[in-house]
Design a protein. Structure first.
Ligand code: PEP
Ligand code: MN
Length: 682
């Protein structure tokens, strides 16, 4: 009895000393953090790059030596110090990065799952060191979470993008391509799965295990070793842990994190039950707008592109990175929506868009791709050391100058022109654009034909049939009509779009239609393979920016009173947003002449072909406005090198709801196609 009391006193004494050691550790860590902040300030004032991998390796080597001398497990100490060094970097980035919230405002961060899920851990880890007040919210699905960011209900979302065991999270990639969002950070969490139960029971007593399907797939070997045990997929790991607590059944267990065990008061039966001990998940931080990071912060840049339809297209795009000595850290391909057997490529590489060399590389990549979207630059959490080949750009003095991604920056002005990406200097080769199975911009001119407006199913079907029969390539039809008078027929809107898409699909023709409002761009792009910007909207800059963000070819008609330079400036708006699939359309300009509706400026064809790499087609219908004058001008357009024609046709022009006087009857169209047919057969 007395001995027991003595033992108790001794144990209490040891525990007391342990508490003192822990307190000392915390104080030492706080002192370390103060020093780290001092170093951060020094770096911010131009003292060098924020991350110095050599310095980190030196620190680790030294602590490993010390820990050996002190009789500690070097692996344990290395792990601990990697965590400490990671936290130091986060602290410095938080003090140097862009302000995350207005003074006093709470930062709202979303993650998928419930409290204690790995995404929640990543969120707290990422936003914790910033010092600002932060609220965290679990969301049911990725989609719901990202929509909340888009609507401004969340400031940031934490989206898992890849795992070192189970690979890429394809659903996350697909959502990024569909939503116009930016990436402003990344976080890596070590996924160390634990088997959790209500109490510390023997594992052999467990009859049912719940977890997220991905977590279950990462623990296949362990789960197979359990006898008489049923494995069940559950919405998320933390939710599975909560269920164990709620159901109070000693035969049930969950696979989740150690934090989930703490949160729900569960016992850990076994740690590290995943098949691969090194199991990490990389999460990206999604925001509405891209952020600008100081060049002292080692960053990654993330983007997505589609290739042109030509041999070696992917290689040509990726070689831009090699040419600029930029090291790629991730390459992923996903099916390109609405384009079967075509792919979107997602690339991450080490580099910061604030560095002119990096933004130059992105511009060069845009010239080789058919569609490019830059998600943004953000501080890198994973750095793979590469053996350097060739010269690497010298680390230049850090700058605090705000530089946006290329799409948001004014283009470099060449000879005071409004455009650079549209110029021949930027891309010496002709751009050939694929629309459905048709090539625009190659040696064979294409014929786009159809009614001014879609009026009925029968009307658009009959036009589609004749276009197909006569060897035309694209079916046109207006759904939203820009009319001079608000009382004139305005088009049948989305009903017409359905009829147009239906007719195009039935006769195997891609369809083009005009989009007039930025809000209509997404929905119209779902149904039409080719988008048209009408002459009246050529300088509607918000509309141009919107079509620049969708993965669809765009035809820009020349404004009624626009010079060629202004027209190429309009094309530049689309290209600068990332969409490289722009076709120009000459449709007549306004002059003193009133005998024709407008004056067809055929001189624009050779001029544009010299100034720009973009294809140019000619619309003689809107230019002359009288059907019998259309065929000779159509032939002239082909003769002077146009890449195609846009012709209005109607089964009964006298009854057309718009532009009947300039619409060719089917007979006239047939005669025209007979004259130009051999030129335009693809
Ligand atoms: C059209 O093509 O339907 C049209 C309205 O043309 P534009 O914008 O050239 O007047
Ligand atoms: Mn018309």
């Amino acid at each position: 009895m007395i001995r027991d009391r003595e033992a108790d006193v001794e144990l209490n004494d040891i525990r007391h000393r342990l508490d003192e050691v822990d307190t000392a550790l915390v104080h030492v860590l706080a002192e370390r953090q103060r020093l780290v902040q001092e170093v951060g300030q020094w770096k911010a004032d131009g003292g060098g790059p924020l991350r110095d991998p050599h310095r980190e390796e030196d620190v680790l080597t030294r602590v490993v030596e010390r820990s050996r001398e002190a009789g500690l497990d070097p692996f344990f100490v290395t792990r601990l110090f990697r965590e400490i060094l990671g936290q130091s970097l986060r602290t410095q980035v938080a003090s140097l990065g862009p302000g995350r919230a207005q003074d006093g405002a709470v930062i709202r961060v979303g993650y998928q799952g419930t409290e204690g899920a790995y995404s929640d851990l990543a969120a707290r880890r990422h936003f914790g060191p910033g010092g600002a007040e932060t609220s965290y919210r679990g969301c049911e699905t990725f989609q719901e979470m990202l929509e909340d960011v888009r609507r401004g209900e969340l400031d940031y979302a934490v989206l898992p993008i890849e795992n070192t065991t189970s690979g890429s999270v394809t659903a996350a990639y697909d959502l990024l391509s569909q939503m116009d969002l930016a990436l402003v950070g990344e976080e890596v969490v070590e996924v160390d799965h634990c088997l959790l139960a209500l109490e510390d029971v023997p594992i052999s007593r467990i009859r049912r295990v719940y977890s997220h399907p991905v977590a279950l797939s990462q623990c296949g070997r362990f789960l197979n070793s359990l006898r008489d045990c049923h494995v069940e997929a559950f919405t998320d790991t933390a939710m599975a842990a909560r269920r164990i607590r709620d159901e109070q059944d000693l035969s049930q267990a969950a696979i989740a994190s150690e934090e989930a065990a703490r949160l729900y008061g569960l016992a850990i039966l076994k740690r590290g039950v995943q098949d691969q001990p090194e199991n990490y998940t990389r999460m990206v931080i999604v925001a509405r707008e891209p952020a600008v990071f100081d060049r002292a912060i080692p960053c990654k840049t993330s983007l997505m592109f589609a290739t042109r339809h030509e041999e070696g297209a992917l290689l040509r795009c990726l070689s831009v990175l090699a040419d600029h000595h930029l090291s790629m850290t991730k390459l992923e391909s996903r099916p390109r929506p609405r384009n079967p057997w075509e792919y979107l490529f997602y690339v991450d590489f080490e580099g910061n868009l604030a560095d002119p060399d990096v933004s130059e590389a992105v511009r060069a990549l845009a010239a080789r791709a058919s569609f490019l979207r830059v998600f943004g630059s953000f501080p890198a959490r994973t750095v793979v050391e590469t053996s350097q080949v060739g010269p690497r750009p010298a680390v230049s003095a850090p700058s605090r100058r705000a530089v946006g991604p290329p799409s948001q920056r004014p283009p470099v002005v060449l000879e005071k022109k409004a455009y650079t990406l549209a110029s021949r200097a930027h891309r010496p080769e002709d751009t050939v654009i694929r629309v459905g199975g048709v090539s625009v911009g190659g040696p064979r001119p294409i014929v786009i034909a159809g009614p001014c407006s879609v009026e009925s199913r029968e009307q658009i079907r009959s036009c589609a049939r004749i276009v197909k029969e006569l060897g035309g390539h694209v079916l046109r039809g207006g759904c939203f009509k820009p009319r001079t008078s608000p009382y004139a027929f305005q088009g049948l809107g989305y009903e017409a779009l359905d009829l147009l898409a239906e007719a195009g699909a039935e006769f195997g023709l891609p369809v083009i239609t005009e989009v007039m409002h930025p809000a209509d761009v997404g929905p119209v792009a779902e149904k039409a393979q080719f988008l048209q910007i009408g002459a009246r909207n050529m300088q509607n800059f918000s509309l141009l920016k919107e079509v620049g963000k969708v993965d669809r070819p765009v035809m820009i008609k020349r404004g009624l009173m626009s010079s060629i330079d202004e027209w190429l400036g309009a094309a530049e708006y689309v290209l600068a947003q990332g969409n490289q699939m722009v076709v120009l359309c000459e449709r007549g300009i306004r002059t003193f002449e009133t005998a024709t509706r407008n004056t067809l400026d055929l001189g624009a064809v050779p001029v544009v072909k010299e100034l720009s790499h973009l294809p140019i087609v000619v619309d003689p219908s809107h230019a002359v406005g009288v059907s019998r004058w259309v065929p000779p001008l159509a032939e002239a357009a082909i003769a002077c090198g146009a890449h195609g024609l846009m012709i209005e046709i109607h089964p009964d022009p006298a009854r057309a709801l718009s532009d009947g006087q300039q619409s060719l009857t089917f007979e006239m169209f047939e005669a025209l196609m007979a004259r130009i047919g051999s030129d335009s057969r693809q």
